[in-house]
Ligand binder design. Structure first.
Ligand code: PLP
Length: 498
């Protein structure tokens, strides 16, 4: 492989040089240039990919090449065939779902992690990987002012999971086994999980994987008068009913920043309920956790001292390239008991002496990447103050968008904004049969099909609602203004055609 158009794969595999430092230097520089150009020209691409399903099959051969290709040919294909099928999550006009930040620091960390390419399942496989993870998670816990029990010198500690879905699965397994130990192995069918109807579907999946009986997954309706936070009384009531039927309530999941509307569940009250019934209390702050490092948003975590586990995604809104989901537990022994194995082929002096952390026992897979590097780089190269300003800026931009929506009587803001997500909709004519569903779907579709912005939707209390989530690293006020103008123009066209 080289950039000149000739290939050095040679005849047969004998001359293959899969890792050559000088070749890496040359090709790596070219790739970095390519990526920098991509970032510079990001705004020329449609934010939401406009390709049709199956488009790539038409463009690529049916089988892998027998002989090596050139890097130039690959760059051409990336430009012509891959980029059209990419949705540009880093575009400043990306406002869909929740963000997935990249940054120079995060990027450099990913590069270095790819360079070492370790598989850090046990301390011995790369002591720095485990030890840096422990240190950086402790730093982060202090930034969030998590209770001291979550720190590594207490019975608890932090670990990087791939995603919030993996985080909730591993703590559910820990909680399940803790409960089964108390009530007996045959009690699985009696274990009940509680969450609100605004809880991310990751919990439902975790229940499926953990063998929780589907009929024992209690979905408590969130309270629309409380902006879609769950009412603790409703959770208490459900627990009482289950207890009287001989079931075993064992797990409550609260959310700080729900996916649909960024609602915050009442942590102190839910924590009290969990403690009162000896239940595991998990907090999912996948998106909004980042905001809580700013003192003015920290109150949303009040009650975290009652939690058994707490999770937030640094890969969402904290400039750390995907994937990097931070999980802390108050007592790591439950996690380790649920997930540890000790096969002969992995035994080593440090592990046997119990003097080290082996993160393989805190997660589902054996292998794990050196993910703490990128988080460490983000923290070191930006510093906490800059990171706080970064979050505040997005929240101010969301506030600005909210004001724009409020200033146009054709629209409504559906729930009060707490962080950087605005839930809004175009008001339907009173005569409209579907209560605005089709109208707002058409508005979203028109905006997204233009390629100029990407927004997503949800349904709240039967209303089809548009979600405008600020949080891409390059977003500025001009992008928010342009998005709003587009939405207004499309709304005008739709009302003209109504
Ligand atoms: N929890 C919340 C509140 C989320 O918003 C999301 C995704 O947006 C998730 C969990 C799932 O995240 P992941 O993709 O890291 O599993």
């Amino acid at each position: 492989m080289d950039g000149s158009g000739t290939s050095d794969g040679g005849d047969g595999g004998g001359s293959l040089r899969p890792m050559d430092a000088e070749q890496l230097r040359e090709c790596g520089h070219r790739m970095v240039d390519f990526i920098a150009d991509y970032y510079k020209s990001m705004e020329t691409f449609p934010v939401l990919s406009q390709v049709q399903p199956g488009y790539l099959k038409e463009l690529l051969p049916d089988s892998a090449p027998n002989r090596p290709d050139t890097l130039d040919a690959l760059f051409d294909d990336i430009r012509e065939k891959i980029i059209p099928g990419v949705t540009h999550w880093q575009s400043p006009s990306y406002f869909a779902y929740y963000p997935s930040n990249s940054s120079t620091a995060g990027f450099l960390g990913e590069m270095l992690s790819a360079a070492f390419n370790i598989v850090g399942f046990s301390w011995i496989t790369s002591p720095a990987a485990t030890e840096l993870e422990v240190i950086v998670l402790d730093w982060f816990a202090k930034m969030l002012k998590l209770p001291s029990q979550f720190l590594s010198d207490a019975p608890g500690g932090g670990v990087i999971q791939g995603t919030a879905s993996e985080a909730v699965l591993v703590v559910l397994l820990a909680a399940r086994d803790r409960t089964l130990k108390k009530h007996g192995k045959k009690s699985l069918e009696k274990l009940v999980v509680y969450a609100s109807d605004q809880t991310h579907s990751a919990l439902q999946k975790a229940c499926q994987v953990a063998g929780i009986f589907p009929e024992n997954f209690r979905v408590v309706k969130a309270d629309c008068s409380k902006n879609y936070a769950v009412a603790p009384e409703a959770v208490s009531e459900a627990i009482s009913v289950d207890l009287s039927s001989g079931l075993i309530p064992f797990f409550i999941c609260a959310t700080v920043g729900t996916t649909s509307s960024s609602a915050v569940d009442p942590l102190p009250e839910l924590g009290n309920i969990a403690q009162g019934h000896d239940m595991w209390f998990h907090i999912d702050a996948a998106y909004a956790g980042s905001a809580c490092m700013c003192p003015e948003y920290r109150h949303h975590l009040d009650g975290v001292e009652k939690a058994d586990s707490f999770n937030m995604n640094a890969h969402k809104w904290f400039l750390t390239n995907f994937d990097c989901s931070l999980l802390w537990v108050k007592d790591r022994s439950y996690l380790v008991e649920a997930l540890s194995t000790n096969p002969e082929f992995l035994k080593n002096k440090a592990s046997q002496a119990n003097s080290v952390v082996d993160f393989k026992d805190w997660q589902i897979p054996l292998g794990r990447r050196f993910r703490s590097l990128k988080l460490w780089m983000v923290l070191r190269l930006y510093g906490v103050e800059n990171l706080q300003s970064y979050i505040r800026k997005h929240i101010q931009l969301a506030e600005h968008f909210e004001q724009l929506v409020l200033s146009d009587s054709r629209f409504e803001v559906v729930t009060p904004r707490l962080f950087s997500l605005v839930c809004f909709r175009l008001l339907p004519p009173t005569s409209e049969y579907e209560g605005g569903r089709q109208l707002n779907y058409d508005l979203m579709d028109a905006a997204n099909s233009s390629g100029k912005i990407f927004i997503s939707h949800t349904v709240l209390a039967g209303k089809f609602v548009l979600r405008f989530a600020v949080g891409a690293p390059l977003t500025e006020e001009q992008h928010v203004d342009a998005a709003w103008k587009l939405l207004q123009d499309e709304a005008t066209k739709l009302s003209g055609s109504a």
